[in-house]
Design a protein around this ligand. Structure first.
Ligand code: UT7
Length: 325
């Protein structure tokens, strides 16, 4: 049985409030708060990049596990905003942390579900070999959005979350996980430039529709509610438990209205759902591990609690996991 041995998280110092956006774009604190629940988010400093955030969260998780970087046997980084197109962020992280010459790889472009999918992969790898696997969800989305597009710019923030998974129950046993993909919806949320379909060129840079993140918000909203709810039911069914047994759900933090719809579908009370989207906005792959770390740090999770993670993002990809603290 694999389990989580340690938790970590990191957000950059620079706070961007809704009023800051309202001074720059045709938007308001009222619109952003009512439609999303977001009040502020964090953006990286000019000299910070993805690996800096990943390393800060990873160091806390490794320390929390009572380990050092040399104890890590494998690294998985979930991100849609990598350090470079190639090599992957995991390579930079292996070097920055001072790990041994271990396997390290990215789950790149896996959308906001990447971390939870990574947790499932780590669960299998930790159990079979056995290994100690570091998983990081990290995004610097502030460098991927158009700062002129009010329909996306105000939604996102930068951050990182990490866990260390090992072949022992640790602090939270990984009981079950599920994941899925519907590639037919890839047009609803994507960043096109830089791949082989839209290679970097002056034409793609000039074409505002491919050079940054684009999204049909309502399309994402509808699918996110359905898929995250179904994933919770699936993972709970796998362990023969019901939603009544859940102490806390830690969902992807994109929009408080999505979170609330998932909660109502599951028949849970507001205090059974962890919410920090007001503070950080949508931090992509970082959102679930960052919220999980905060929930543990602030005493929202107790020994014996059944905690369910559920996430959804570009692809579309979705994933859920059940943890027994
Ligand atoms: O992590 C996964 C990725 N993303 C998500 O999960 C996001 C999912 N979607 C959402 O959260 C919501 O759909 C949004 C927050 C993106 C949008 O909320 P909505 O209630 O679906 O609004 P809407 O897109 O229907 O837009 C309503 C109006 C439009 O104006 P008109 O056409 O009614 O005149 C927009 O142009 O709000 C306008 N609008 C804004 N107004 C002020 C869009 N963005 C803004 C803005 N400030 N920032």
């Amino acid at each position: 049985m694999a389990g989580i041995l340690g938790f970590g998280g990191y957000t950059p110092k620079q706070v961007v409030s809704n009023d800051d956006w309202a001074q720059r774009l045709d938007t308001s604190d009222e619109w952003i708060t009512q439609r999303t629940g977001i009040k502020r988010r964090r953006f990286v400093a000019e000299d910070e990049t993805t690996v800096d955030l990943a390393a800060a969260a990873a160091e806390l998780a490794i320390d929390d596990a009572g380990l050092t970087a040399s104890d890590i046997d494998e690294i998985i980084v979930a991100t849609d905003t990598p350090e470079m197109l190639t090599p992957d962020t995991a390579s930079f992280l292996q070097q920055q942390l001072g790990c041994r010459e271990i396997p390290a790889f990215d789950l790149g472009g896996s959308g906001c579900a990447g971390f939870v999918l990574g947790l499932d992969i780590a669960r299998a790898r930790a159990h079979l070999k056995p290994k100690v696997v570091l998983i990081v969800g990290v995004e610097v989305i502030s460098r991927m959005i158009s700062l002129e597009d009010r329909s996306t710019a105000v939604l996102f923030g930068d951050g990182a979350g990490a866990v260390v998974v090992g072949p022992a129950p640790g602090r939270a046993r990984l009981l079950a996980a599920t994941a899925g993909t519907d590639g037919a919806q890839s047009h609803i949320l994507n960043v096109r430039v830089g791949g082989t379909r839209f290679p970097f060129s002056q034409a793609t840079i000039d074409d505002g529709s491919v050079g940054h993140l684009i999204m049909d918000g309502q399309g994402v909203f509808k699918h996110a509610v359905q898929r995250m709810s179904a994933a919770v039911e699936d993972v709970i069914g796998q362990i023969n438990r019901t939603v009544r047994d859940i102490a806390l759900i830690v969902p992807h933090q994109a929009n408080v209205r999505i979170i609330d719809a998932v909660r109502r579908r599951a028949g849970l009370e507001p205090d059974q759902v962890y919410v920090n989207v007001d503070e950080y906005g949508n931090t992509g792959s970082a959102s679930v591990p960052l919220a999980l770390w905060e929930a543990v740090e602030t005493g929202r999770v107790h020994s014996g609690d059944l905690v369910v993670l559920t996430a959804f993002g570009a692809g579309f990809h979705w994933a859920a996991a059940a943890l027994q603290f």
